[in-house]
Design a protein around this ligand. Structure first.
Ligand SMILES: [Mn+2]
Length: 287
């Protein structure tokens, strides 16, 4: 019923500074991360795009071959170039050229998704950090306007957008995310629930699952101690069984995509998360 996937950055380990991952050679290319994830027997892979300029059509073709070789689905494309290409607000930037540019980038990412038979683009407004650079409602109007345009360009490729919230951003919880979804009012816009973000926001996972209901397009599953978004394998701290039951109640059929960031041994941490999830969803995985 639930499909399991992992974000490619679990292997790419691109966050510098912490732990020995850099020296142990765990930093790897997206294509290699996909191969590892395939070898571990997942149903899908979530492709992280730090910068769409690094993913020309020829590379997307190669990724498609790699994904096909392991019979993986591309669960979602995590569009992070709004955070890493710019150094400030993007969706709410008062300069329309910046807002136009992100819409163009989302369009290219939607094309990549469509080429990879992937239904969703995950958008985390990680560059729209609180305190915002302008009065809240002004920023909110810009945000709704830019996201509406992103939804339209993605729709042309048959791709839907899933908004991911996090306490320090303009979308800081399930409520503000639902408010954005209602204002844009499109079948092609929904939510991406990252369990780690919800835990840090002091939310109750089964309740936010019920709140989002049919608007829950995609799930990032990861754990922490409630103080910050440590991206630990699920089950490291909390019991996720009530969350799984809530997903069943709302009829969620999508992926549980592990958004984890191993500091040491990627294989071990991804393996621990996979084992835990398989146990609590009580299903035989494909061999
Ligand atoms: Mn996430």
């Amino acid at each position: 019923m639930f499909k399991l996937s992992v974000l490619t950055w679990a292997f790419e380990a691109a966050r510098p500074g912490f732990g020995p991952s850099q020296t142990r050679g765990l930093k790897m290319k997206t294509e290699d991360a996909i191969r590892r994830i395939g070898e571990m027997g997942f149903d899908g892979v979530e492709l992280v795009i730090w910068n769409i300029d690094d993913f020309p059509a020829s590379r997307i073709e190669r990724i498609k071959d790699e994904v096909g070789r392991f019979r993986l689905e591309v669960a979602n494309i995590c569009c992070n170039d709004n955070v890493y290409v710019w150094s400030g607000p993007v969706y709410t930037n008062p300069d329309h050229k910046v807002r136009d540019e992100i819409v163009k980038r989302i369009e290219r990412e939607a094309k990549a998704a469509s080429d990879l038979n992937c239904k969703y683009l995950g958008v985390w407004p990680g560059s729209e950090t609180i305190p915002l650079k302008m009065e809240y409602w002004k920023a909110w109007r810009y945000f709704i306007d830019t996201i509406s345009r992103c939804v339209k360009v993605a729709e042309d490729y048959g791709v839907k957008i899933a908004l991911e919230y996090k306490p320090e951003n303009i979308l800081n919880n399930a409520d503000s995310t639902l408010r954005a979804i209602q204002e844009v009012n499109s079948e092609s816009l929904g939510a991406l629930l990252d369990t780690g973000h919800a835990i840090v926001a002091r939310e109750h996972l089964p309740t936010v699952t019920e709140m989002l209901r049919k608007k829950l397009f995609h799930v990032h599953i990861d754990d922490n101690y409630g103080d910050w978004d440590r991206d630990l394998p699920p089950g490291s701290v909390h019991n996720f069984e009530p969350f799984i039951q809530a997903l069943r109640r709302i009829g969620y059929r999508g992926f549980l995509s592990m958004d984890i960031w191993p500091y040491e041994d990627a294989w071990k941490e991804i393996g621990l998360g996979k084992e835990y999830l398989e146990r609590i969803i009580e299903e035989k995985r494909r061999g």
